[in-house]
Write a protein that binds this ligand. Structure first.
Ligand SMILES: *Cc1c(COP(=O)(O)O)cnc(C)c1O
Length: 232
């Protein structure tokens, strides 16, 4: 078995234990393999290990890497999207998981509609309230959702967050809990299904699963440390 395969087994075991603690079904938790900083051959290893959701956080990096990946995958943009990259992002990615501004959402919708597509997206929320983080402020989310009818070319399928990075994964728990509550409230208020709650990374995914994440984004836990990339 590849190193990715054995790490994936450990990750699945940890998800099972975390899900059991919360009385949840572990099969409901989707693992997105975050392959940023890793070469295309590593992406193929991830796909061979049985995962099919690939997360990249930069449009250019995905553009360079994708033609060299041999196996089919669902590609997800998990990093911020700039307006001048929307066209490329729609060619390269199946899902846009970090939509955090109305202007970008509007561009995605317009281009999606032009291409006859309804682009599935997640809305990134800055639930930890850190100034340097991307994401809509929790107070801004309702105003955003109130105008979704103006965006026929995209379909909001859930929420995503990056919790504050700390020594202790427990520190992320209130942030994850706030996200779960926000999703429930948005579902009730706007009558949307919002099936996905993408939260939890290598250092805090167990806490995220306990708090209701059904999509975790894992790089280091699956692939080991990212190789140093020259020029970044
Ligand atoms: C890099 C990244 C991850 C994965 O980080 P790890 O700590 O390596 O698991 C998850 N989500 C986002 C948005 C990232 O940029």
């Amino acid at each position: 078995m590849s190193d990715v395969g054995s790490r994936l087994q450990q990750v699945r075991a940890r998800i099972e234990v975390a899900a059991a603690r919360a009385g949840r079904d572990p099969s409901q938790v989707v693992v997105v393999a975050v392959t940023k900083g890793h070469p295309p051959a590593r992406v193929d290893e991830v796909l061979e290990a049985g995962l099919d959701q690939i997360g990249e956080n930069r449009v250019q990096e995905a553009r360079a890497k994708q033609p060299q990946v041999r196996r089919p995958a669902t590609w997800r943009l998990i990093g911020p999207l700039q307006r001048n990259k929307v066209r490329w992002a729609l060619e390269l990615f199946d899902w846009l998981d970090a939509i955090d501004r109305w202007e970008v959402a509007a561009d995605v919708s317009r281009r999606g509609a032009q291409a006859g597509k309804t682009v599935p997206v997640l809305i990134e929320v800055n639930a930890g309230g850190e100034v340097q983080k991307h994401g809509l402020a929790p107070e801004a989310v309702d105003a955003f959702f109130s105008r979704l009818g103006d965006l026929p070319g995209l379909r909001v399928q859930g929420l995503m967050t990056v919790a504050p990075l700390g020594e202790d994964p427990e520190a992320a728990r209130p942030v994850f809990r706030r996200m779960r509550e926000l999703r429930e409230r948005l579902r009730d208020r706007w009558g949307l299904a919002l099936p996905w709650l993408s939260m939890g990374m290598s250092h805090d995914f167990e806490v995220a699963v306990e708090e209701g994440a059904n999509m975790v984004r894992l790089g280091t836990a699956l692939l080991g440390p990212r190789p140093a990339t020259p020029g970044r």
